[in-house]
Write a protein that binds this ligand. Sequence first.
Ligand code: ZN
Length: 380
Amino acid sequence: MAHSPDPLPLAQALIRCPSVTPADGGAQDVLADVLARLGFTVTRLRFGAVENLYARIGTGGPHLCFAGHTDVVPPGDGAWRFDPFAATVQDGVLYGRGACDMKGAIAAFVAAAEAHLADGAAAGSLSLLITGDEEGEAVDGTARVLEWMRAAGEVPDFCLVGEPTNPARLGEVVKIGRRGSLNARIRIEGTQGHTAYPQRADNPVHRLVAALAALTALPLDAGSAWFEPSTLQITSVDVGNPASNVIPAAAGARLNIRFNDRHSGESLTEWLRAALARFAPRAELAVSVSGESFLTSPGAAVARLCAAIEAETGIAPRLDTGGGTSDARFITRLCPVAEFGLVGSSMHQVDERVPVAELRALARIYRGVIGAFLAAEAGR
Ligand SMILES: [Zn+2]
């Protein structure tokens, strides 16, 4: 008879810690205590103001890692039905900030690990990489923990990230990659002058408009095997000129590109530079790449993950690479990574919530993933 611990109490305990990035609110203490009691060796990793944690049980391979974050976004200005940090259960639904993104998934994985350990299965290792800085800058979070893991020789065979990947129903979507994201700031200097004497001026707004038109005229690509087409969105055009008879001295704009595996931050920066040079040789371009695109080729490990999901939900999940960035963009540099968690329809919203039955179903899925992964890798 399989032992099945309930993820609900830990999910509630975590939600009751007000861990709005970068605050920890005691969340990592709660988690560390539970993991230590289960026999995990817990290493607390504080970088800057951010609490992170790495916990492992077992010494040999195969090694399956679960990654997630205990920080949450603020409750926001809207009126909540219940206190966002009270973890109220009403009619079988757990309400609270972090319920689906992603304290619920952490609790589900811990319950799954507990069930696995109670079964006496000895092979392999399980670990958790938990950061307190995913929703913020993500500078002192997962990226730093991964540096530490690499230096310590902690390299998992596979990592499962518990982000809420499902749009509406548990089991719909596994993410095997993510698009990259690039922000650019453009500034074009011209020569200020009177609108009645444009021949004595050099209008930077005209140059900017022409450059932006060129950047948006054609699609960046038509997509690739696992990715949708890349997109470019102009997010701001800034001139701030209060006068109607003055050609301004400078004009600026900002844009964001979500890109697939046909581009890199570097290739897009070159493309932007070349396009700007055609219309404004004096343009300044400042680029920041918040994440490169990546893809985990769907192989045996992803197939096992999908099989465990289908066994519980009856749904064969779709492999997807859409949405925003996540910490998987860092983890992919250390080991293969895929993402599967709860239904994300209420994430970052007022009344964030998860049905308790769904939380328990996710724990059973994770239990299946652990069993399948450790058994399959051990027997290869
Ligand atoms: Zn999240």
